[in-house]
Ligand binder design. Structure first.
Ligand code: BES
Ligand code: MN
Length: 459
């Protein structure tokens, strides 16, 4: 392991240059105009994997290409096989003007590398690829067979991955899945994540008058769709910060005393947290701590709100329509299908007769939960300890990686989620970055992980 660690350390500047190249592609899956950038980005990472000696194949899908890259199998050797999942697509970079430097021109400042996708997720799966490179360059045989599965639609719901995995289930059959697409509380608190929230996304639209109307001539005689939308949305949350949809909490599995105790041990300073996020006060469901609320309790969020005149100055109109993009984060054991029905039912019930409501269903994903006391989890904790030099913590996280459930259903294996994103990395926000220390430790963690996993799986 020492030669590998030495190689990783000595070559870090080159790795960072390569990662910066990978970050140049505006692989924004939500925006159709970037379709060709996604293909180009997939081509780049395929070529890179091939140069590392992996056997690659880029599969086209009705959406963006999926990359499968395998470490060469040694004939006769029966090694444990792990799937490493990642995504090369990124969130939109807007609003551009809030970036200190262009989002697709990686910039180093101190020990941070800034670019859209730096932490979510290019930098994180790149760390795993570099660990493989280190094994090969140092002439050390990899103790596990690895298959990298890197997709380009994670940020829009991984629509084509489940079908792909089903079709290729024989070659993807494995002993476990490893994912670094999540966070750790600090470099002194490396973490194994054992639960994620699920998600239900939808868009709603209220149509009123056939066209924008003069608000002086008609305001007061017809409903205002923007106002109606605000009132409707306002009813989705009560004064205690709970989602006000009948039946919404029915399947929520309560937090155990043990979990609440673990969460209370995580580093947390309310004043710093508020400052980091730029809010005057925190908000959320009564009776739960901020960490509990953002990781293990369900929520309703408005992600986007559109109506009326958005240009300079004023324009006195009653807008013809208003729309909102909504997502609900859900927790074990809520089911996205059932929650979606409850939401739609309530929206229809709340909608006044003065406007017409349309609901367009978006993506959805199950929450995830795996007991962290299995042998693989213990092996992962040891790898974290070796690489970070600190005792690891167990985490529940609020983000969603819907594919984790698909992989569990189709391949029957659980995921080891070993995040490398720090709390101030700004995923989905302007000035996203990855900490180069987290990246370096991530590469080491990956190198240790295959050893630890081989030790337990071989028995
Ligand atoms: N990497 C995130 C998910 C994540 C972040 C999990 C931090 C745990 C901690 C992922 O790329 C992501 O953003 N997923 C989307 C999924 C959605 C579009 C279906 C999310 O959570 O909003
Ligand atoms: Mn993301």
């Amino acid at each position: 392991m020492q030669v590998i660690e030495k190689f990783l350390k000595e070559n870090e500047p080159r790795f960072v240059r390569e990662l910066s190249e990978y970050l140049r592609f505006p692989s924004v899956s939500a925006q159709p105009k970037h379709r060709s950038d996604l293909t180009a980005c997939a081509g780049w990472i395929e070529k890179h994997c091939r140069q590392l000696g992996l056997q690659t194949r880029l599969w086209s899908t009705p959406g963006n290409p999926i990359l499968v890259a395998k470490t060469p199998r040694v004939a006769g050797a029966r090694k444990p096989h792990f799937l490493v999942y990642g995504h090369y697509d990124v969130q939109p970079a807007e609003p551009f003007e809030l970036w200190k430097s262009p989002p697709f021109e990686a910039r180093i400042e101190g020990r941070s590398l800034f670019a859209r996708g730096a932490t979510d997720n290019k930098g994180q799966h790149f760390a795993h690829l570099k660990a493989v490179e280190a094994y090969r360059a140092c002439g050390v045989e990899l103790p596990c067979d690895l298959t990298f599965l890197i997709e380009g639609e994670e940020e829009v719901g991984s629509n084509h991955l489940a079908a792909f995995v089903k079709k290729h289930r024989a070659e993807l059959r494995c002993d476990g899945v490893v994912i670094s697409d999540n966070s750790l509380p600090s470099l002194k608190h490396p973490a194994l994540t054992y639960a994620l929230r699920g998600i239900v996304a939808l868009e709603i639209r209220l149509d009123g008058p056939a066209r924008d109307l003069h608000s002086g001539l008609f305001g007061g005689a017809v409903d205002n769709p923007a106002m109606a939308l605000c009132q409707l949305l306002g009813k989705l949350r009560d004064a205690r910060g709970r989602v006000a949809i009948p039946g919404f909490y029915y399947d929520v599995r309560p937090l155990s005393t043990y979990e609440r105790r673990q969460m209370a041990r995580l580093p947390y300073d309310e004043r710093k947290f508020k400052k980091l996020l730029g809010v005057p006060e925190l908000f959320g469901e009564h009776g739960f701590t901020a960490n509990e609320r953002r990781s293990a309790r369900p929520t309703c969020e408005i992600n986007g709100l559109t109506s009326g005149y958005q240009g300079d100055g004023s324009k006195t109109i009653v807008p013809s329509w208003a729309s909102a993009k909504l997502t609900f984060r859900i927790v074990p054991n809520q089911k996205p299908e059932k929650i979606r029905e409850l939401i739609e039912k309530q929206l229809r019930k709340l909608c006044p007769p003065t406007v017409r409501l349309t609901i367009e269903a978006g993506h959805g994903g199950d929450p995830y939960f795996v007991s962290p006391d299995g042998a693989q989890a213990q092996a992962a904790l040891r790898a974290l300890k070796s690489a970070f030099g600190h005792a690891p913590v167990l985490l529940r996280e609020g983000g969603s990686i819907p594919v984790v459930n698909d992989l569990k259903k189709i391949l029957g294996v659980d995921a080891l989620m070993l995040g490398l994103a720090l709390p101030d990395d700004n995923p989905h926000s302007p000035n996203e970055k990855i900490s180069l220390d987290a990246f370096a430790k991530g590469m080491r963690m990956s190198a240790h992980l295959w050893q630890e996993l081989a030790n337990i799986t071989r028995k």
